[in-house]
Design a protein around this ligand. Structure first.
Ligand code: ADP
Length: 211
């Protein structure tokens, strides 16, 4: 399947199959005054991309699928695996001051917070840190576990989740990042970070790659 631009000849073939299908390769070639061999690569592309369907001894059919349908089908099958970023994880006893330093040094917007057993216990966003900063507390002694969003209110995902489902979670929870987790006997281990930036990367890849 692909997001490629069809060539003029491919568009002509589609038009012929739309109006005269089912039609054999030979039949299409005749209408275009070309040889069957010349058309072979175009027919292969149109079949592979899902625009056309071929049945032995019957010929080519128009599937009725537009580029948009095909792109949507492809998107709906994609998993987040392959687009996941490295998580930045801090301990729940870290001070808010050090967490702010970490946001700058690691260049991330969201920190994931774990307990002594490395189980996920919280999430810290930039606004959580800003909110704490404009309060009266002393940031060097205030632990992040006082101000973080905590379990069980954390939106999580797994690496084999469908991209479209995780994207919907980002929207419905109104958040920028989701921890990618592995369920363990004692809780959830953080193995990745999936953010709105990752979605942007998917978009660019879809546009640039003919997969
Ligand atoms: P910001 O607050 O900087 O705009 P977000 O929109 O990601 O960033 O976060 C909004 C709120 O949601 C914050 O209070 C944050 O702690 C919380 N939050 C962020 N990510 C998650 C998540 N995956 N699960 C639950 N809560 C989250």
């Amino acid at each position: 399947m692909s997001t490629i631009e069809l060539s003029n000849r491919q568009k002509k073939i589609l038009q012929i199959v739309k109006t005269s299908g089912p039609i054999t390769g030979e039949g299409i070639a005749e209408k275009l005054c070309l040889t069957r061999a010349t058309l072979r690569p175009d027919l292969a592309i149109l079949t592979m991309t899902g625009f056309l369907d071929a049945r032995p001894r019957v010929g080519y059919f128009y599937t009725g699928k537009t580029s948009n349908h095909l792109l949507a089908e492809k998107l709906k099958k994609m998993q987040i695996d392959g687009f996941v970023s490295t998580p930045v994880v801090i301990n729940e006893n870290m001070s808010v001051y050090d967490a702010i330093v970490t946001v700058f040094s690691e260049d991330v917007g969201t920190l994931f917070v774990t307990d002594a057993n490395t189980n996920l216990v919280g999430v810290l966003s930039r606004k959580d840190l800003l909110r704490a900063s404009i309060g009266q507390q002393k940031l060097t002694t205030l632990p992040v576990n006082i101000i973080m969003t905590r379990m069980p209110n954390i939106t999580m995902c797994q690496k084999d989740d469908l991209l479209i489902d995780v994207a919907k979670k980002l929207i419905s929870s109104q958040i920028d990042a989701i921890p990618v987790v592995n369920k363990t006997a004692s809780g959830y281990e953080v193995i990745g970070r999936f953010t709105k930036t990752n979605i942007t990367r998917v978009l660019v890849e879809l546009a640039e790659k003919d997969v």
